[in-house]
Design a protein around this ligand. Structure first.
Ligand code: DC
Length: 233
């Protein structure tokens, strides 16, 4: 079972994907964290977009990105980078790095490998990102496109910053979200978009539990259909 969850920043993808993974005993794969890990390595190597694009791709190819603790902790080799990849600076750089076709090609391949391995090991994977249902797993049985109002998303972003002790205003959060949305939706390679057969869920008027419940029902009906098909073969 592959559950593909896409949507703009702050729509509630991480909370939802984590809860679903726990509920079904599947792997949780935060694909944005993988692009963030590349961006951190790029920043540390002092490489620049677009002048060093080839070196950035070469770096991405050899980068030992590892997801541990069921996707909750991100490592580069033996070094944990979970907190380091969450700064606003790395977020902004990630948006640029993730627009590079060579980098996407390498990281998408890794995402497919991790998810397929997880299917073998625990029966499924929940992937969250921007292009999971359109590029990474266009045949995923469950495709969810999560959305929320700009105000709601900016409020969530502000809260995340405040929880990390960073001083920020709601205006800055709105600007950050709007800039990120624009870049992610208008880039040439794998722009953020819903698959034609995606289930759209707006999280504004729902609690996180209600969002998870709605998706869990969809997953359950797909699992039942898979079992019926397997028995009749
Ligand atoms: O979900 P996030 O904020 O951690 O994502 C960081 C950046 O990576 C964001 O600009 C979108 C990009 N991204 C992407 O292009 N494709 C994905 N599958 C996941 C994230």
């Amino acid at each position: 079972m592959i559950i593909a969850i896409d949507g703009p920043a702050g729509a509630g993808k991480s909370t939802t994907a984590r809860a679903l993974a726990e509920r079904f005993g599947y792997a949780y794969i935060d694909t944005g964290a993988m692009y963030r890990a590349v961006a951190l390595a790029v920043a540390e190597a002092n490489l620049q977009v677009p002048t060093d694009n080839e070196r950035i791709a070469a770096l991405a190819r050899t980068l030992p990105i590892a997801l541990k603790d069921n996707g909750q902790r991100i490592y580069l080799g033996e070094r944990e980078v979970t907190a380091l990849i969450r700064t606003p600076e790395i977020g902004a750089l990630t948006s640029k790095i993730s627009a590079l076709p060579e980098v996407r090609h390498i990281i998408v391949q890794q995402q497919r490998d991790i998810a397929r391995r997880s299917e073998q090991e625990c029966g499924g994977a929940v992937l969250e990102g921007r292009d999971i249902q359109t590029v990474v797993f266009p045949d995923a049985p469950v495709k969810i496109f999560l959305t929320a109002d700009l105000d709601t998303r900016a409020q969530r972003r502000l809260q995340q910053w405040q929880e990390k002790g960073e001083a920020a205003s709601s205006q800055a959060a709105q600007q950050d979200i709007t800039a990120r949305d624009n870049r992610d939706s208008t880039r040439e390679v794998s722009p953020l978009q819903a698959a034609p057969d995606a289930e759209h869920i707006s999280t504004d008027a729902l609690t996180p539990e209600q969002v998870v419940e709605r998706i869990a029902q969809i997953v359950q009906s797909k699992l039942t259909a898979q079992q019926v098909r397997a028995v009749s073969l």
